[in-house]
Design a protein around this ligand. Structure first.
Ligand code: SF4
Ligand code: SF4
Length: 91
């Protein structure tokens, strides 16, 4: 099983809890292709019963790769509101 980083281990980076889920999956559109699982470096997605599900958003880098890789447009994506989510000293 892949090991994923924790923001606590990366200097200058932190995670601020987001009140609302900012990424979700429309199960009716998902084909289970697993492209989102492959592209996401943060391990946000998993496949269960041939559909994508969210593991956890707490390592999301807000790169939007999942949004662009999903050909079925099954991923509803938004960025966390200012001051929450991925924060770094470098902007
Ligand atoms: S990339 Fe889209 S269609 Fe493919 S598994 Fe992920 S959410 Fe489903
Ligand atoms: S925005 Fe990037 S890090 Fe976040 S879930 Fe999508 S692919 Fe993963």
């Amino acid at each position: 099983m892949k090991q994923y980083y924790s923001f606590e281990d990366i200097p200058g980076v932190k995670w601020v809890q987001v009140p609302e889920p900012f990424i979700s999956i429309d199960q009716s559109k998902c084909t289970g292709c697993a492209n989102c699982v492959k592209v996401c470096l943060a391990g946000v997605f998993k496949i269960k019963d041939k559909k994508a599900e969210i593991n956890s958003l707490d390592r999301c880098l807000e790169c939007a790769s999942c949004l662009f890789i999903c050909e079925s447009r099954a991923i509803n994506f938004s960025w966390p509101k200012h001051g929450s989510g991925y924060q770094s000293e470098w902007g």
